[in-house]
Design a protein around this ligand. Structure first.
Ligand code: CP
Length: 316
């Protein structure tokens, strides 16, 4: 790492904004924060006095809770609002809502929203740091970072690995962040899915499109399955879930084509028996719950960094 390096991002909007050096810096920071979650008293004063708002317009278990846990472990004050309990229900626009939040002086607003680009829009209307917790089909940068951290932890490197991502690439913001992150650190990313789930631009992100799941998985170091994002599809894009599972479900037979020490990943939530069989999700090589654990560490690092933290700062 260049000694002069400084993390210079006020907002976390997409993996695309990060250089390889930025990514490696966030991951090294996340590794240093991870140990805090193993302590008997899981709290440091790093963000004492900071106010963090979790603003979620879509359901979430992992992302919302891990941002909240990350903030609380760093002694920040956290507040949660959702679309269903906010005045968005009464017709208030996103910008008006954000301006009203701003009037209460939050330091960070974490936004999940069904519209791609909504976190960027907020940066133009409020002074708080904005973190994208998943926007439409665009990106989910903190998920991409925790996926990179998990692979790095288990394989010791990203460069030279083959990552197979199977499923609904079109509607998956996770796939977009992962393809950018993994390729930026020198991995080869292969994708496979029904043609209706394969966006035309995906090769421009650096992914290799495979005709079958078997072609993508052959020789892979990592196999990641994606949930079918039915909430983003207006018309059915596959004939049936049973056929999908037959051709694109990640099961033990498919994994015989991968490397012997293949890592199995899924961003969650899993539809067991559709995109992944239960024995694979719970079996040898599965690092799905490590992904969740690393989500807390990565989000601690991101909160710290957007508040101007520097390595060697107050992480005690
Ligand atoms: N991976 C992920 O974004 O999960 P949640 O929808 O539960 O936050």
């Amino acid at each position: 790492m260049n000694k002069e390096y400084r993390f210079q991002h006020k907002h976390i909007l997409e993996m695309e904004q990060f250089s390889a050096e930025d990514i490696l810096y966030v991951l090294s920071m996340a590794r240093s924060f991870k140990e805090i979650s193993a302590r008997p008293i899981k709290k440091v004063p790093t963000l004492r006095g900071k106010t963090i708002v979790n603003f979620f317009f879509e359901p979430s278990t992992r992302t919302r809770l891990s941002f909240e846990i990350a903030a609380k472990r760093m002694s920040a004050d956290t507040f949660n609002i959702s679309a269903s309990t906010s005045s968005a229900q009464k017709g208030e626009t996103l910008i008006d809502t954000a301006r009203n939040l701003e009037a209460m002086s939050p330091d960070i607003i974490i936004l999940r929203h069904p519209s791609s680009g909504s976190p960027l829009l907020l940066t133009q209307h409020v002074n708080a740091a904005i973190i994208n917790a998943g926007d439409g089909t665009h990106e989910h940068p903190s998920q991409g970072l925790l996926d990179l951290m998990t692979v790095m932890e288990h394989k010791g490197r990203i460069e030279g690995l083959t990552i197979a991502i199977i499923g609904d690439i079109t509607h998956s913001r996770v796939a977009h962040s992962d393809i950018i992150g993994f390729t930026r650190l020198g991995a080869q990313v292969k994708v496979a899915g029904p043609t209706t789930f394969m966006p035309p631009h995906i090769e421009s992100l650096g992914a290799q499109v495979c005709a079958t799941a078997a072609q993508a998985v052959e020789g892979a170091d990592v196999v990641m399955a994606l949930r079918i994002q039915q909430e983003r599809q207006h018309d059915p894009l596959i004939p049936s879930l049973r056929e999908y599972a037959r051709f694109y479900g990640v099961n033990r037979k498919l994994l015989e084509l991968a490397k012997k020490d293949v890592l199995i990943m899924h961003p969650g939530p899993i539809n067991r028996g559709v995109e992944m069989s239960p024995d694979v999700a719970d079996g040898t090589g599965s690092v799905i719950l490590d992904q969740v654990a690393n989500g807390v560490a990565v989000r601690m690092a991101l909160l710290y960094l957007v508040m101007g933290g520097e390595k060697g700062g107050d992480t005690q």
